[in-house]
Design a protein around this ligand. Structure first.
Ligand SMILES: [Fe+2]
Length: 237
């Protein structure tokens, strides 16, 4: 999974986060808070409920072939991703989480690693949308501009970054995610149980996370991700 996907992963080409906070633009056209919320007003009632919507990948479902088949997208996005969104909507309906952004639901329910029930669905909904945004038809290759400069500063070279990223994905035991992130200042963040504060903050790093865990909870800014699953999601043998 990680090997074939690497050919179409597309590192961001624009700018890195310029301020603290979650809602920053990391690549053109992508904002972290871009999960669409739809307000539904029930007839005859003043009650308004927010509803997270399943956003389709920004390309046709067969556009990533031969690296990722239409069947894989139909299954992975159309069933798995959809189930995370649907289940989360059921879990948060009528609760205080219903009024929050998806990112705030993730941070609130991470609960310093003692996960509250909606965390897995919330984080997986975010992770998968970001994963689809991390790829494009004909993507891959070396970025340019500030990102390339920082990759060379923090990894030595683009080739070394790719090597480290692939190694992270290949060594993630079981299910999880490999990420390129900008490691923010984690010193005073309530959820920053792991990794520990470091002199090496404020740089690009490759990290991996187990299951649904999202580096947002460590105050990292995700820039690129790949989904790692112990049982390949490809339906094509
Ligand atoms: Fe997945």
């Amino acid at each position: 999974m990680a090997t074939t996907t690497a050919a179409i992963l597309t590192p961001p080409t624009s700018s890195l986060p310029t301020h603290q906070g979650l809602r920053v633009s990391t690549r053109s056209g992508l904002r972290w808070n871009n999960i669409q919320r739809k307000c539904l007003r029930k007839a005859g009632s003043a009650q308004i409920t927010a509803k997270l919507e399943l956003k389709p990948p920004p390309y046709q479902l067969d556009a990533l072939e031969p690296h990722m088949s239409r069947e894989t997208l139909e299954y992975h996005w159309g069933k798995h991703h959809r189930a995370y969104v649907d289940n989360l909507n059921k879990q948060i309906a009528g609760t205080e989480l219903d009024e929050m952004t998806l990112e705030d639901v993730i941070l609130s329910t991470y609960n310093k690693g003692n996960l509250l029930p909606p965390f897995n669905n919330a984080a997986q909904a975010w992770n998968h949308e970001f994963f689809w945004e991390s790829m494009k038809p004909g993507g891959g290759g070396q970025p340019s501009g500030e990102l390339l400069r920082l990759i060379e500063r923090d990894f030595g070279s683009f080739e070394e970054f790719v090597k480290e990223f692939k190694a992270a994905a290949a060594t993630q035991f079981g299910s999880g995610w490999a990420w390129l992130t900008y490691k923010g200042n984690t010193l005073d963040v309530g959820n920053a149980e792991n990794p520990c504060p470091s002199e090496k903050d404020k740089k690009l790093v490759v990290v991996k996370s187990p299951n649904s865990v999202n580096p947002l909870v460590w105050n990292h800014y995700p820039l690129l991700t790949v989904d790692v699953w112990e049982v390949t999601i490809s339906v094509r043998s």
